[in-house]
Design a protein around this ligand. Structure first.
Ligand code: NI
Length: 388
């Protein structure tokens, strides 16, 4: 069973939707035009229910199967939002919105799930409900959480939920996944050291926040290198350091921020605790005040073993076992599909985008050649898991 023939027939339509979304990228929850087009297409396909405004600008479509027998619904999720990046692809369908770009392929994710919805609404060769989920604000806005908190799982009786992301560098037609943690928790932090500024020639009359903050940057690295089990993966990255305005004045304050990533809840809690203790300890040693703000954003994206095995079997049926990696190493990027996986069992997998520029870069483009694989995966997932 390779890709579904009908998906090959639909490829041009799906690519046209994809390029239309690509030319008009929208940020976070502001995906108004995208969501309206998604809802209009779902209605045109004959979905039994199309609900807008879930999680502010999310869209959900329900397609009822024709086979007897049911069980809870299968949820299939795509993301709709773009990024604040200026596009440099030079494509004829490049972004018309200055400073905004579909640089993560969410245009392709949305279009492939629309293609699957059209096919499933035409054929209905399954039992129970297929629920297609189009979420806003994946890129840092927790749109997945917003949909879950709006009661989506209960309202549509979703029993299992599946997500997919394209991956540059993985050949088209290949799939990659793993059970357990596949993507990291993504916490942000801000640390402000407040001392007493003054003349740079008289440091003894000041309390210097710059040297304290510099010590802190280095000491934070010892959380990972000296305190976390070396076989566990954690990243602490300080990405901003702001202090002072000129060469001969010691400033009053120094500001750091950054992110830390972990693959399990224990390391996440431990890192948060140590981050605060290190900053407070250095402040105490240097005699200044410190404020630590910890903003826990996305949790670990944790794939459930049974659902990941089912995802692997379907990907293998489409592409052949030799093109499906089932034990990929986890990545320390974040993904807010994690909130859906906290509520329901499911699996998040990667699909090859071929030899393209990387995600979140100005020359990245979703690869339309991947469309039949991704759309077939969605359709076969429903047809196989709800065969009767
Ligand atoms: Ni993405």
């Amino acid at each position: 069973m390779p890709v579904i023939n009908r998906m090959v027939e639909l490829q041009d339509d799906i690519a046209a939707w994809r390029r239309d979304f690509h030319s008009d990228p929208e940020l976070l929850y502001e995906v108004h035009r995208t969501a309206a087009k998604v809802a209009a297409l779902l209605r045109e396909f004959g979905c039994d229910e199309v609900v807008e405004g879930i999680g502010r600008t999310g869209v959900v479509g329900v397609i009822r199967g024709n086979k007897p027998g049911a069980g809870g619904a299968i949820g299939l999720r795509a993301d709709m939002d773009a990024l604040p990046i200026t596009e440099e692809t030079g494509k004829e369908y490049a972004s018309r919105n200055p400073g905004l770009m579909h640089a993560c392929g969410h245009d392709g994710h949305t279009a492939m799930l629309l293609g699957a919805a059209r096919y499933l609404a035409e054929t209905r060769n399954f039992a129970g409900d297929a629920v297609v989920i189009f979420q806003p604000a994946e890129e840092g806005g927790a749109g997945g959480r917003a949909m879950v908190e709006d009661g989506m799982m209960e309202r549509f009786n979703i029993e299992e939920v599946y997500g997919m992301h394209n991956l540059p560098g993985l050949p088209v037609g290949h799939f990659s996944m793993r059970p357990g943690p596949i993507m990291a928790s993504t916490d942000e932090f801000e640390i402000t050291f407040r001392g007493r500024g003054g003349h740079a020639a008289m440091p003894h009359l000041c309390i210097d926040p710059v040297t304290a903050a510099a010590q802190c940057v280095l000491a934070l690295q010892t959380i990972v290198s000296r305190q976390i089990d070396p076989v566990d993966s954690v990243v602490v990255s300080v990405t901003q350091f702001h202090a002072g305005k000129t060469h001969n004045v010691i400033p009053d304050a120094a500001y750091l921020n950054g992110t830390f990533r972990t693959l399990n809840a224990n390391s996440r809690a431990f890192t948060a605790k140590r981050l605060r203790e290190v900053a407070e300890g250095i402040a105490a040693a240097c005699g200044l005040d410190v404020e630590v703000i910890h903003d826990p954003t996305y949790p670990v994206t944790f794939n459930h073993a049974d659902q990941t095995a089912k995802a692997a079997a379907i990907a293998s049926a489409i592409s052949g076992e030799d093109k499906v990696e089932t034990q990929m190493p986890p990545t320390l990027g974040g993904e807010d599909f994690s909130y859906m996986l906290e509520r329901r069992p499911g699996a998040f997998i990667f699909m090859g985008n071929g030899d393209t520029h990387g995600l979140h870069t100005p020359r990245y483009d979703f690869n339309d050649e991947a469309i039949p694989y991704g759309a077939s995966y969605w359709a076969k997932l429903v047809e196989t898991l709800r065969a009767a």
